[in-house]
Design a protein around this ligand. Structure first.
Ligand code: ATP
Ligand code: MG
Length: 332
């Protein structure tokens, strides 16, 4: 991976959580060192299933999360999706390169439609959000997209749109991208659901208080058949072990704990205390950095990044329009 272009982002639907960290934020902190990285706050995408108040109050919260986990505005360009109208324009053009049937087959969107009870009243904007994501990725000519594995179908769909665009209007104007997946491609929710997510309310937030972290750890789903300490316990699918896998650094010790738990004799409380301590140690410095940040600085960082990013978007769109022959007044 030589010097590449990286694009990724988050919906400002709430504060960021541990799932974001292990699935994507951690990779971004590493990638910003050697690559040209764009991080987008996807407020327009959030509008497909959230109200305007939630979105507007969370834009600067997400910016604070970014800075407190170590993204550096000198190395990463932050941008606000709605302030770059070229993204909406490109989404509109891409709509002609994808069918309804194909959008309905996207497995991540399918799951989300069920979760949101959209089966009988599906907003078109929601069904089409993968098309808008294709515009986000390609307008910046991204090579790599660091994401959790729920986003793999989005990148596949992006690349199909790119191939269709290239076959229809010419090669080399927009390009395909690859997902960058981390060791923890999907962090489970504290309730044992497949994904910790802002909208499911089952995540430990990167700015949770000491008390909230402790409460959530002790609420975690373990093994319902592990009633007495002496009972053999299940490691697989045990939320506490999934979090220890993601955050506890002494892997040898962790393997011993798993063996002990499986054999019997290791209690849930002891395990949860270890996880609680691990997460307290991880989150405390992030929370401390976050408390020192102020809104005005966050807004300035986002504004100057958006200006810079827009120049790139304008450049790509010039080429796109000319390839699509929709530059009539320039031609005649
Ligand atoms: P929402 O519920 O509003 O969709 P979300 O929690 O799913 O919020 P997004 O903003 O949709 O968060 O996701 C941003 C990025 O974080 C994506 O790359 C996504 O893959 C990653 N991500 C989110 N949750 C997890 C998770 N539990 N494990 C790994 N990666 C995750
Ligand atoms: Mg999501």
């Amino acid at each position: 991976m030589l010097m590449s272009i990286i694009l990724t982002g988050d919906r400002p639907t709430g504060k960021l959580h541990l799932g974001h960290y292990v699935g994507s934020l951690k990779s971004r902190v590493e990638l910003q060192e050697k690559h040209e990285q764009y991080v987008m706050i996807a407020d327009l995408q959030a509008m497909t299933d959230n109200n305007a108040d939630i979105i507007s109050t969370n834009i600067l919260e997400v910016m604070k999360d970014y800075i407190s986990i170590g993204l550096n505005p000198d190395k990463t360009t932050f941008l606000l999706q709605s302030a770059i109208p070229e993204l909406t324009e490109l989404t509109f053009y891409y709509m002609n390169l994808v069918t309804l049937g194909r959008l309905e087959r996207n497995p991540t969107v399918k799951t989300e439609i069920q979760q949101k009870n959209y089966e009988n009243s599906l907003p078109m904007g929601f069904l089409c959000y993968p098309v808008s994501q294709a515009a986000d990725i390609t307008i910046f000519q991204a090579d790599f997209v660091p994401v959790g594995n729920d986003q793999i179908p989005m990148i596949e769909q992006t690349n199909e749109i790119v191939r269709k665009f290239s076959a229809t209007y010419g090669e080399g104007i927009v390009k395909e991208a690859k997902a960058v997946l981390s060791n923890t491609q999907r962090l489970v929710g504290i309730d044992g659901k497949a994904k910790a997510s802002k909208s499911l309310g089952n995540a430990i937030i990167l700015s949770d208080s000491e008390e909230e972290i402790r409460r959530k750890v002790f609420e975690m789903y373990t093994d319902p058949n592990h009633i007495h300490v002496s009972d053999p316990g299940k490691v697989e699918g045990n939320v506490v072990f999934e979090y220890l896998d993601a955050f506890y650094e002494d892997k040898n010790h962790l393997e011993d704990l798993k063996a002990h738990y499986a054999k019997g004799g290791l209690g849930d409380v002891k395990l949860k205390k270890l996880l609680n301590q691990t997460l307290q140690d991880f989150i405390a410095p992030i929370r401390e950095r976050r408390n020192a940040l102020n809104d005005a600085d966050m807004k300035n960082i986002l504004l100057s990044g958006t200006k810079k990013a827009r120049e790139v978007a304008v450049r790509t769109m010039k080429n796109v329009r000319s390839a699509m022959k929709i530059n009539f007044f320039e031609q005649h």
